[in-house]
Design a protein around this ligand. Sequence first.
Ligand SMILES: *Cc1c(COP(=O)(O)O)cnc(C)c1O
Length: 379
Amino acid sequence: MKFDTASIHGGISEDKDTGAVSVPIYQSSTFHQHVLGGEPKWEYARTGNPTRNAVEKLIADLEGGVAGFAFASGSAAIHAVLSLFSQGDHIIVGNDVYGGTFRLLNQVLVRQGLTFTAVDTRDINAVTAAVQANTKALYLETPTNPLLHVSDLKALSAIAKAHNLLTIVDNTFATPYNQRPLELGADIVVHSASKYLGGHSDLVAGLAVTNDAELGERIGFLQNSIGAILGPQDSWLLQRGIKTLGVRMRAHEANAKAVYAYLKKQPKVATIYYPGQPGTKDYETAKAQMDGFGGMISFELQAGLDAKKFVESLHLIALAESLGSLESLIEVPAVMTHGSIPREIRLANGIQDELIRLSIGLEDITDLIADLDQAFVAL
Ligand SMILES: *Cc1c(COP(=O)(O)O)cnc(C)c1O
């Protein structure tokens, strides 16, 4: 099945009892067990719910995994997956990860005895050098948030395998439409489904997928034990969103390419970060492992120009956190999504105070460019 077909017909796409082509919302916390001590398919809805199960099977299909898990948020998915590790374990983590992930690692999981080394995962030697006797995993994003750096997943997972580490990839920015890390050697994929997968800014959700049945058992155990599951209403909404992922990603990409071309010619822009920008190493890696460049672009204004004034001058493009939705969203990571990262670490990782991150939506491109243009004029 091709991707667009799988996103509609993959997983569980029909209710077997009624033939309903949209999986019903099973708003039930428990299920009647007709035999004491039997093995009922459904027992209690934290452990399993048919609506959640449908979206879990769907994401497993789209990522090419054997087991999928839906959580109350991307952060909950990441927390459950990182709960595979124990006190004393060490994890190598990409230095340009989502601010909330950085906060989870450094303010929560370190207190539980995990240790981390942050490295630029584009640098294979740096990753190898960071491996210790107690290293258990490599955790990264590609493309990264917000600098859109691209790491070579095949090379990294080969190194990880050689050192017996699990490779865990946050695939939020690429989505399985553009990149399938499990096919490139990763062991676990996590998502903030609040972004492209949900796609309509009406949902907070997270997903995890693995292609290893035994790892799947362990993540399922953690999902049930920790309990941050996605409820049936949101599971339904997420499946509905995923059905149109392919069409949306193509439209996001077409608009992003046009915005890139516009920014490239805009004299008030100093630097652009975009995986589809030729002449960069990120571009070469992206071309080799991704089917598209996505809908995210970050950029810096020329020195002395005011990023605050720029983002506040936009009328159509909303100043808001989050990304991957129908409507275009803009933000300043240093103040918003990555504000929880100490300034010196942020700067060392290349996130300038004035960096602007733009999630290009599905509005008509003429209107988007006109909005950007009037904000540049206002500077
Ligand atoms: C938003 C985001 C998260 C966190 O997901 P939530 O659903 O907000 O908890 C994790 N990783 C990336 C790359 C994100 O953009």
